[in-house]
Design a protein around this ligand. Structure first.
Ligand code: SF4
Length: 361
C-alpha cells in the first residue's frame, strides 16, 4: 500500500514480492514478465495500453495495483546540461536527484535518505537533519523519473544518458542498506531497467561493517568519501571517522572482494584550501592507499551559503594530483558540474535545516 491509495505500488516490489501479490489477486505468475516489461522497459504509469493482456486481467491489475511516480516540484537544467530534479513523495518529503550527462552516457546521482545523520562539515546535505530513509520504491522511482524526463524508455542503450548509477546523492546509503539493496536488485534486473552492477557505484562515508556486506552481497563499485589523511582532521570533516577511523576503513577496502585492477575503489577527496591539500597530505595519501586497488578523485570544493571553506586553487590541486600520479595511482581532477543550479557534489539539499556552527579556519 502507498498510504493514500489502498492499491499496491508495483514500483519497489521485487519480482518475488510481485509474484506473491499476484497470487493473492488471482493473477497467474506468467503475467509477471509482461507487467515487469511494461513498468521497467516501457516506462508505463498505468495499465490501459497493456493490450497483450485480456480486458479482464487489466481490470484486476487496475483494481489492485498502481505504478507510481513522485511529484516533480522543480526540474532544473544547468548550462552544462546537468539536470536536477526536486522530487516530493506522498508524505511531503523531498529529495534531489541529479543526472550528469557525458557525450554518450550519463550518471544518475541518486539519493538514499531525506537528509543525512552524518554532518560532514563541507557538505550542504549535512546541514539537514535526517528525516527518514527512502523506501526501495522511492529509490527506484528516481531512475524512472530520469527516464521519463529524458524520453529514454524502450530505447537502445547507445541512445540513452541514464547508463550509470551513483549512490552519491543525499544521505548515507549504508545507513539504509536493506532498501538500497532491494532497489538495486530491481534496477539491475536484466529484463527490466537493466543497469549492470558494473555501472553502479555506491559511495559511503565509511560505515565499515557494512562495506564487508556490500562486497559480499551487492558486488557494485565502491567509492569512499575519504577527504583527509589524518584521523584528527577526518574526525572534523567526516565525523563518522570517530567511530570508524582511517585504518579500519582502509582495511575493509583492502578486503573488498569486487575490487580489482580493472575495478578500482574510488577515493573521493574534496580539495579544501589550506586544510587538506598540502604536498605532504598527497604523499601520505599514497602511503595509505599502498596495496589497495585504488584510484583518487580530486573534487574542487563546491560552495554553498554559510559554509566556512574555500576550494583549493587549481595549481594546488594539480600539484596534489601529480604526486599521486607519480606513485602509480590515477588522480582525476573532477570537473565541477551543475554548479549554477546547486547540483554539484556536496551541494544537494531540499528544505529542512539544522543550525551549523562552523567558523572558517
Ligand atoms: S557527504 Fe554524504 S554522508 Fe556526509 S553529510 Fe553529505 S550526504 Fe551525508
Amino acid at each position: 500500500m502507498n498510504g493514500i491509495d489502498p492499491r499496491t505500488d508495483i514500483v519497489g516490489l521485487t519480482r518475488q514480492e510481485l509474484a506473491a501479490r499476484f497470487a493473492e489477486c488471482g493473477l497467474e505468475a506468467s503475467l509477471i514478465k509482461p507487467v515487469w516489461n511494461w513498468v521497467y522497459v516501457r516506462g508505463a504509469t498505468d495499465f490501459s495500453g497493456l493490450s497483450s493482456l485480456s480486458k479482464a486481467r487489466r481490470a484486476v491489475l487496475e483494481m489492485n495495483f498502481i505504478i507510481s511516480r513522485p511529484e516533480i516540484i522543480r526540474d532544473l537544467k544547468s548550462l552544462d546540461n546537468t539536470h536536477k530534479w526536486l522530487l516530493q513523495f506522498l508524505d511531503g518529503q523531498r529529495i534531489e536527484t541529479v543526472l550528469i550527462p557525458e557525450q554518450d552516457r550519463g550518471a544518475l546521482c541518486v539519493s538514499s535518505q531525506v537528509g543525512c545523520t552524518l554532518s560532514c562539515s563541507f557538505c550542504h546535505t549535512g546541514t539537514m537533519p535526517l528525516v527518514r530513509n527512502l523506501t526501495a520504491g522511492e529509490i527506484v522511482s528516481q531512475g524512472l523519473v530520469a527516464r521519463d524526463r529524458l524520453s529514454e524508455w524502450n530505447q537502445p542503450r547507445q541512445a540513452c544518458l541514464v547508463t550509470n548509477l551513483v549512490l552519491m546523492g543525499m544521505g548515507e546509503p549504508l545507513f539504509n542498506y536493506e532498501n538500497v539493496a532491494k532497489a538495486l536488485a530491481i534496477l539491475i534486473d536484466g529484463e527490466g531497467f537493466a543497469i549492470s552492477r558494473r555501472r553502479i557505484m555506491l559511495s559511503t562515508a565509511g560505515v565499515v561493517p557494512m562495506i564487508y556486506r556490500v562486497g559480499r552481497e551487492l558486488g557494485v563499485n565502491l567509492a569512499i568519501s575519504l577527504h583527509a589523511v589524518r584521523d584528527d582532521l577526518r574526525d572534523e570533516l567526516v565525523p563518522l571517522n570517530k567511530k570508524y577511523p582511517i585504518q579500519e576503513l582502509l582495511q575493509a577496502c583492502s578486503e573488498y572482494p569486487a575490487a580489482s585492477n580493472a575495478r578500482r575503489i574510488t577515493f573521493e577527496y574534496v580539495m579544501l584550501d589550506g586544510i587538506n591539500d598540502s604536498d605532504a597530505d598527497a604523499r601520505e595519501l599514497t602511503r595509505l592507499l599502498n596495496g589497495i586497488h585504488a584510484k583518487v578523485n580530486l573534487i574542487p570544493w563546491n560552495p554553498w551559503p554559510g559554509a566556512g571553506y574555500q576550494s583549493s586553487p587549481i595549481e594546488r590541486i594539480q600539484s596534489f594530483s601529480r604526486i599521486i600520479n607519480a606513485a602509480g595511482f590515477s588522480a582525476a581532477i573532477r570537473a565541477t558540474r551543475g554548479e549554477d543550479i546547486m547540483a554539484a557534489c556536496g551541494q544537494l539539499k531540499s528544505d529542512s535545516e539544522r543550525p551549523r556552527a562552523r567558523t572558517p579556519r
